[in-house]
Design a protein around this ligand. Structure first.
Ligand SMILES: C[S@@+](CC[C@H](N)C(=O)[O-])C[C@H]1O[C@@H](n2cnc3c(N)ncnc32)[C@H](O)[C@@H]1O
Length: 310
């Protein structure tokens, strides 16, 4: 186990995480004498040992070469990226940049229309990344390019759902499995402050309000009102109080003044004081829109699983 340092080679006795899909990962202690069985097949641990990070991969189209640079760093030092671009000027610029940036040994770029001519690679790569207007046209060629004795991964980046639809059909026809599409949304999180008064503040507010109401009621009804009249009299009192005092409804306006007791002049002070900053207890929250307009892309993933001969 190498929690405290990076390790690029799996050795006997290492604890590893087997990545089967985005939501299916299994921790495993590597034992060269054992075989790991799962729904995809049987995998001898000894085949995982000495597995270097150097993978072989196809990417198309090259475009600016931005993704190629990123992938080249992941495949280094002994993996390889094959990248294809049919736009001559883009091809020339990217080729020069791979040279200038010292990654030409890791990246082979070809000036080629892959939809017409395919990749021209067979039984060699572990992964394929497609960023093309018509990815479905190269799925058969990608299938042939995968190493035929091991599991391979394909990812296709498309802005339109119609492209995803056609690509998924082609992937199904070519025998890919675990086909999963993710919609990539750009969702803003707006940071704001909002008052979150504590329960204590809310209780104090209610108690103070009830005390004030009780005082007003006691003044109006010096003797105990009959039980059956109680609800209607409370309602009437509430309406009258508003009319006579001209005060706002204390349940809405804030916390009643703790000094809501008969004043020296004999009037009940129902003036509500605003909540203090401390009672308001401002907290940072994020707010997201309920609807997201538009999206950046759809990412379609698929797995190439070796076909077993009967
Ligand atoms: C969206 S860009 C790729 C961007 C690239 N991933 C990057 O990091 O810059 C698509 C590229 O695919 C190329 N392309 C489109 N169809 C192609 C084809 N049939 N064969 C080769 N390249 C193609 C285009 O010329 C364009 O440069």
């Amino acid at each position: 186990m190498a929690f405290f340092r990076f390790k690029s080679i799996i050795e006997d006795g290492d604890q590893i995480v087997v990545y089967l899909s985005r939501d299916y990962m299994v921790p495993l202690v590597v034992d060269a004498t054992k075989v790991y069985h799962n729904r995809y097949g049987s995998f001898a641990h000894k085949n995982m040992i000495d597995l270097t990070p150097g993978k072989k991969m196809i990417e198309t189209g090259t475009g600016s070469g931005s993704f190629s640079h990123s992938i080249a760093r992941s495949l280094a030092p002994d993996g390889h990226l094959y990248t294809f671009e049919y736009h001559e000027q883009r091809y020339n610029i990217a080729k020069q940049e791979f040279q200038d940036h010292g990654i030409a040994d890791l990246v082979t770029i070809q000036h080629r229309d892959v939809c017409k001519d395919g990749f021209g690679i067979t039984n060699e790569v572990h992964a394929v990344f497609l960023d093309l207007p018509a990815p479905w046209e190269v799925v058969a060629s990608a299938r042939a390019a995968f190493q035929q004795n091991t599991v391979g991964r394909l990812c296709s980046f498309s802005p339109c759902i119609e492209q995803v639809d056609r690509t998924c059909k082609a992937l199904t026809e070519e025998g890919f499995s675990n086909i999963t599409m993710f919609e990539v949304l750009s969702r803003p999180h707006e940071l704001r402050q909002t008052p979150l008064p504590s329960i204590q503040a809310a209780i104090a507010r209610h108690q103070s309000q009830r005390e004030s109401k009780a005082i007003v009621t006691a003044r109006r009804y010096p003797t105990e009102p009959k039980e059956e009249d109680q609800s209607s009299s409370t309602e009437t009192t509430h309406k009258k109080r508003k009319l006579e005092t001209g005060e706002e409804d204390s349940t809405l306006a804030g916390v009643p003044d703790k000094s809501s007791t008969p004043s020296e002049s004999g009037r009940v002070n129902l003036t509500l004081r605003p909540l203090t900053t401390e009672e308001l207890n401002y907290q940072y929250v994020t707010k997201t829109p309920t609807e997201c307009r538009g999206h950046t892309s759809y990412l379609t993933f698929a797995t190439w699983v070796p076909q077993l001969d009967n």
